[in-house]
Design a protein around this ligand. Sequence first.
Ligand code: AP5
Length: 213
Amino acid sequence: MNLILFGPPGVGKGTQGERLSSEYHISHFAMGDILRAAVRDATQAGTQAKAYMDTGKLVPDDVVVSMIEDRIVTGETSGFLLDGFPRNVAQAEALDAMLERHTLDLDKIVFMDAPEKSLLERLSGRLICRACGFGFHRHYSPPRETGVCDRCGGELYQREDDREDVIANRLHVYRDQTEPLLAYYGSKPGFIRLDASGEVQVVYSALKEAVEG
Ligand code: AP5
């Protein structure tokens, strides 16, 4: 199964993408995580990407497109879930071209949405494990011990771009550049619009039902 999850920052793409990909044994390609790893490893792409990410702007298309194509081609044969890619119409067109080159299809394209108030609450309370990358939330899914990852004992931190001023810019960039994907994908076979405003488990059940339907 090959899937796309797209939607605004903080809507839960990473949270739901991780659950779904692990249940279906498919590769989870989270563009933000891939870029953050490149920044951490100081690769050429990471060095190029950092300034854009710190301010909430989109990293140039040529950088992200080649990073995704490498993974799709070498990924598991059981399928993939794209989370955070494509993020504008040019990237969606590039994805279509690469799927055609590798004779691959998309089974479902899921658009997740929630009210802006929820997005702000989710982003400003997010905590991530420095060691294993697992995500928590101060109020909605707090760790058992403050500042410590339940899974691996690693240190929890707040993402640089989860500061209030950067969040505002990310939401602006989303409305301006990513929302137009609704017109691009809205009439394609496999398009699903998912209300992601409920609790994590409620959203996950709806997502699974939609994807399996
Ligand atoms: P990226 O890391 O992809 O950020 P994003 O799209 O802004 O998405 P987030 O990771 O912030 O949110 P999410 O929807 O995954 O929510 P999550 O599940 O974590 O990208 C970062 C940057 O990289 C971009 O700004 C850009 O610079 C660059 N970039 C990435 N892709 C690119 C591309 N294709 N092209 C160019 N540049 C690119 O949940 C958030 C919080 O809410 C968590 O704490 C979670 O526990 C909690 N939560 C989740 N669901 C619920 C729920 N139902 N109820 C309550 N809490 C919930």
